[in-house]
Write a protein that binds this ligand. Structure first.
Ligand code: A3P
Length: 290
């Protein structure tokens, strides 16, 4: 694939930009052959859409709201990335239900998932807040040498010249191929508005019956404030050569509508125009501000 990205550590494969620090075309290819167990749960997102948040929720649900099973274990290892070799874990020996994370587009995930084996939780976030969150996050990626100003980053994002490529293609791809998979589709904003209800929906989907108290504990442990202070949940212990956590962490603001603080009127108009062109046939009702 032609690589229009000016960061040398980024490679393009199957139309998608990946970090060579974490993966390779061989790894991406091998993911498709990954053998699925019916109990497997895959958390799939475009970056900056609430992945770490949902890793926390999902791992707590599976462990019945208490620390047994999550104690001393980083979120990243509880719900490891299928396409990255960061952790080099032995996925075969993991007990069921196994939990995985992924930023892959629908056409790159394990083939078995398409036969409706395993479960997928897809989280989408309004793309303006994703852009702002991604802009801040990009500043902390160690391998990105040339830090871009907001205007330039926004253009790159809108044309898909960032890691994981186009937000539009990712969300549209997953949304329009929902029928092919066993999938629960949630938005960041609905989680933000009613976390308890989202926790319950995830419980039902992964077939885990929890009592009110257990749900309460999960909601409590998944608030922005609590996660920010929890080193097992906040990704501040990522390998030093990947992210500068003094510049940005995964938990920055955790709000809906932060784009209003950065986007100019002209940028917003351009965004809306591109959105309405690209998202034809995708009736997701994003909340743009709370
Ligand atoms: P902001 O940069 O807007 O604050 P990801 O995990 O996919 O990289 O997404 C990161 C975004 O999710 C960040 O957005 C982060 O603050 C937000 N987030 C993480 N945990 C959260 C929580 N418990 N509640 C709300 N937002 C959360």
């Amino acid at each position: 694939d032609a690589n229009e990205n000016d960061d040398p550590f980024i490679f393009k494969y199957g139309g998608i930009y990946f970090p060579s620090t974490h993966t390779s075309p061989q790894i991406i290819d091998s993911v498709q052959d990954f053998e699925i167990r019916d109990s497997d749960v895959f958390l799939i997102t475009y970056p900056k859409s609430g992945t770490v948040w949902t890793q926390q929720i999902l791992s707590l649900i599976v462990n019945e709201g208490h620390r047994n099973g999550t104690e001393e274990i980083q979120n990243m290892s509880r719900v490891p990335w299928i396409e990255y070799n960061l952790s080099k874990m032995d996925y075969d020996s993991r007990p069921s239900p196994r939990l995985f994370s992924s930023h892959l587009p629908y056409y790159f995930v394990p083939r078995d998932l398409r036969n409706k084996r395993g479960k997928i939780i897809y989280i989408a976030r309004n793309p303006k807040d994703v852009a702002v969150s991604y802009y801040h996050f990009y500043k902390a990626i160690k391998k990105v040498k040339q830090k871009k100003d907001w205007e330039t980053f926004l253009d790159d994002y809108l044309s898909g010249k960032v890691l994981s490529s186009s937000w539009f293609d990712h969300v549209k791809g997953w949304y329009t191929h929902q029928e092919d998979f066993n999938i629960l589709f949630l938005t960041y904003e609905e989680m933000k508005k009613d976390l308890r209800s989202s926790v319950r929906q995830i419980c039902r989907f992964v077939e885990k019956e929890l009592d009110e108290r257990e749900v309460d504990t999960i909601v409590e442990k998944a608030t922005f404030q609590n996660m920010k202070q929890d080193p097992l949940a906040n990704y501040t212990t990522v390998p030093e050569d990947t992210l500068d956590v003094k510049i940005a962490t995964h938990l920055r603001k955790g709000t809906v509508g932060d784009w209003k603080n950065l986007m100019t009127v002209a940028q917003n108009e351009k965004f809306d125009k591109i959105y309405s062109e690209k998202m034809i046939g995708v009736p997701i009702n994003f909340t743009w501000d709370i």
